[in-house]
Design a protein around this ligand. Structure first.
Ligand code: CUA
Length: 340
């Protein structure tokens, strides 16, 4: 008699399949990603997460009931050798009423908290709210704090525990504003103002990005949201309201290069003749952690690379190659990094 040897290796394909499924579905390290949507850090994200959990468990319950009935029916009523044709029936009022009412109840249970969450998300904060005007540009974010008269770019600073009212506008095409750990995305539409309200729970840096295709560099239209304690936030506002520090030495040379170059046509540095509005406001660019739509970390090397040829970094973006000399680039880097 042939004896079949069962090697433990026969499980390898199954193990590989399960591993591939886990990796491809993003189930490993669940909730640890910088842009996870399932670990909420704001009231807005919490509302969405609560709905998600409710719907998940309702769906899981439906799945178990349906699969159990299916497996039972398959085994219990499978065809046997001596079977004759069973009685043929048409319709069953009691069953049909039951399977109409049961899903209606499920949908009703989901609808009530969903409608509550929609209304809660659409309720603007009271007088304690902080308004931030977000304007989408190809391909960067302009951020204005109207009460504090502060304008910055690509890095949203907010205080924790205070309701934020984002007013969302576009300067050109449709974008979409999304910081996943703080909640749902909201479209940014030219000629139409949208609103997004949230209160962050916890200080930290949260990554976000544009989530509506807006042209060649859509994928490189990122942002960083920095949630501070209220004291830290007040200090940040004051630092942004202060005039930029006086340039000296190499930075002074850079200020002159800046003033005589095309830079001033597009960028603003408060307290100087540079009042352009096409590109990001650079008044305190040295205090930011990132450059170029939060694509590059703000280091002198990256800034020099950007100034040397912006089109090499983000092809198609609005900043032209000014063909600056290495000496001018070095001076400009010193100047811009000094703008704290
Ligand atoms: Cu802006 Cu995509």
């Amino acid at each position: 008699m042939a004896v079949r040897i069962r090697s433990p290796l026969r499980w390898v394909p199954l193990a590989l399949l399960l591993a591939a499924t886990a990796v491809l579905s993003g189930c490993l390290g669940m909730g640890e990603g910088p842009q996870t949507t399932i670990v909420p850090f704001s009231d807005h994200a919490q509302r969405i997460q609560d709905l998600y959990v409710l719907v998940f468990w309702m769906a899981a319950g439906v799945f178990v009931v349906v699969e159990a009935a299916l497996v039972y029916a398959t085994l219990r009523y499978r065809r046997r050798p001596d079977d004759v044709l069973p009685p043929q029936v048409h319709g069953n009022t009691r069953l049909e009423v039951a399977w109409t009412i049961a899903p209606a109840v499920v949908l009703f249970v989901i609808a009530i908290p969903t409608i509550q969450a929609i209304f809660a998300a659409a309720t603007p904060p009271g007088s304690d709210g902080l308004e931030i005007v977000v304007t989408g540009h190809q391909w960067w974010w302009e951020l204005e704090y109207p009460d504090a008269q502060v304008v910055t770019a690509n890095e949203v600073h907010i205080p924790v525990g205070r309701p934020i009212s984002f007013t969302l506008k576009s300067a050109d095409v449709i974008h979409s504003f999304w910081v996943p750990r703080l909640g749902g995305k909201m479209d940014v539409v030219p000629g139409h103002t949208n609103h997004l309200y949230l209160t962050a729970y916890q200080a930290g840096t949260y990554l976000g990005q544009c989530v509506e295709f807006c042209g060649l560099q859509h994928a490189n239209m990122k942002l960083r949201l920095i949630a501070h304690t209220p004291e830290e936030f007040d200090a940040w506002v004051q630092s942004q309201q202060a005039p930029p520090s006086q340039a000296a030495g190499k930075a002074q040379e850079g200020a002159q290069v800046f003033a005589r170059s095309a830079c001033v046509g597009c960028h603003t540095v408060a307290g100087t003749p540079a009042q352009g509005k096409i590109g990001p406001n650079l008044t305190h660019v040295g205090s930011r952690t990132s450059l170029a739509g939060a694509v590059l970390d703000n280091t002198p090397e990256n800034l020099a690379r950007w100034l040397r040829d912006p089109q090499e970094v983000k092809p198609g973006n609005q900043m032209p190659n000014l063909h600056l000399s290495d000496v001018d680039i070095e001076a400009l880097v010193a100047y811009l990094e000094s703008l704290k």
